[in-house]
Design a protein around this ligand. Sequence first.
Ligand SMILES: Cc1cc2nc3c(=O)[nH]c(=O)nc-3n(C[C@H](O)[C@H](O)[C@H](O)COP(=O)(O)OP(=O)(O)OC[C@H]3O[C@@H](n4cnc5c(N)ncnc54)[C@H](O)[C@@H]3O)c2cc1C
Length: 380
Amino acid sequence: MSNYDYVIVGAGAAGLLLAHTLGNDSFFSEKSILVIDKSDKTENDRTWCFWEKGSGDFDALLHKAWKDIYFSGRDFELSSSISPYTYKMLRGTDFYQHFVRKVKAYSNITWVQDEVVQLNESKQAVKVTTQRTIFFGKQVFSSWLDMEAVRKHKHYPLLQQHFMGWFLKTDKPVFNPSEATFMDFSVPQKGNTRFMYVLPFSENEALVEYTLFSEELLEQSAYEYEIKAYIKQKLKDSDYEILEREHGSIPMTCYPFHNSNSNRIFHIGIAGGWAKPSTGFTFYNTHKQIGRLVHHLKKNKPLYRLYKKHKFWFYDLLLLDILYKQNYLGSSIFESLFKKRKPQLILKFLEEETSVWEDLKIISACPKWPFIAALWNRIF
Ligand SMILES: Cc1cc2nc3c(=O)[nH]c(=O)nc-3n(C[C@H](O)[C@H](O)[C@H](O)COP(=O)(O)OP(=O)(O)OC[C@H]3O[C@@H](n4cnc5c(N)ncnc54)[C@H](O)[C@@H]3O)c2cc1C
C-alpha cells in the first residue's frame, strides 16, 4: 500500500514519540501510519538531558539522574540541590531501542528505512518521494529540517549550540557521581560563550562535554584541545581512556519555524521550532508538544492553533540579540543569574513555567544594560 492517513518523516526524538503515542492510543487504531527514516536508529548518536519534578515517563530508560548540580563562573561557584527537580539523562540508544521496538509492533504502523527527497502537497494529499519509491499521506508530520530557510531569514539572529563530548573512564576516582556540572564557565571564553558540562555516572566515569553558544563552528581539533586542557586541570594526574564520543550542533534562533507548516504538512521537533532558542534544550519540550499535538488531532482542532507566540519567545530573542552581537557576554549573564537566584527558579524559567512576578525576579538578576540596549534596538 502506498496511501496512508499519517506519514511521519524522521524517527528521531519527535517522530518516535509521535508514532508511539498514536500507535498506543486506540483512538487512532483505524488510521494507517507510515514512519520513514533514512537511518536504522541503532547508533548511540546523542545523550539527552532534561529536568523534571518527581517521576516521569522516561524513568525506566534513564542512564543516570542527579539531585544536585554544580555551576561555575569566573568569580563564583555553586553546588546546590535542585529539589523538587531531578536532572535526568537518557542515552539515545536506549531510547531508540525501546521506542523503535514498540512502534514496529503496532499493527497499523508501517516502518520504512529510506530517505525522503521531496514533499509535494496537493489538495488531496502529500506526495512523499523517497530515494526508492513514492508514498501518499493525507497528513505529514516532518522532522526534516530545512536549515537553508533558517539561514536565509535575516530578521532573527542564528547562533549554534555546538559541542563535543567524550565518555571517559579514569583510573582514579575523580568524579562526584551525585552532582552534575550544569555549566562550568571557568574555561577560557576566547570572545565567545563557552562552557563545560560534566555528567558523572560513577567516580570513574563521566561524559565531559565542551559547549559553545556562538555563530561559527570550530575545527574538530579546537574542541579536542579544550577538552584535554579541562581534563588536565580537573583530573590532575589520573589517566583516562575515551570510551565513546558525541558531537552536535543545535540551531539557536527565534526564527518562525511554524511558517513552513501548511494544510497537510506539520513540522515537529527541531524542524517545528521545539528547541528552546536560548539554550537548545529540546527533548522535554518535544515530549510536551507531542502531548498537545495528539490532543489537537483527537479534538480535530486545526494544527496551526498549536503555535502561540509567548513572553518566553521574546526573552529568548533579547538574549540571542545580545549574544549575536556581544558573544562574550554569555558567561557574565549566566554567572549573574546563578549568583543572585536559586537554581530551582532558573530551571523553572528555562522550562517556561514561571509567572510574571518570577520572570521579573530573573530579569532583575541579569546585567541591565545589554538587555535595555537589545530591547531598544528591537523596538526602534
Ligand atoms: C549530540 C546531541 C545531543 C543533544 N543533547 C540534548 C540534551 O541533552 N537535551 C535536549 O533537550 N536536547 C538535546 N539535543 C537536541 C535535541 O533534543 C535533539 O537533536 C533531538 O534529537 C531533536 O529531535 P528531532 O526529532 O527534532 O530530530 P532528530 O532526533 O535528529 O530526528 C530526526 C530524524 O529524521 C531523520 N531524517 C532527517 N532527514 C530525513 C530525510 N530526508 N528522510 C528520512 N529521514 C530523515 C533522521 O535520520 C533522524 O532520525 C541534542 C542534540 C544532539 C545532536
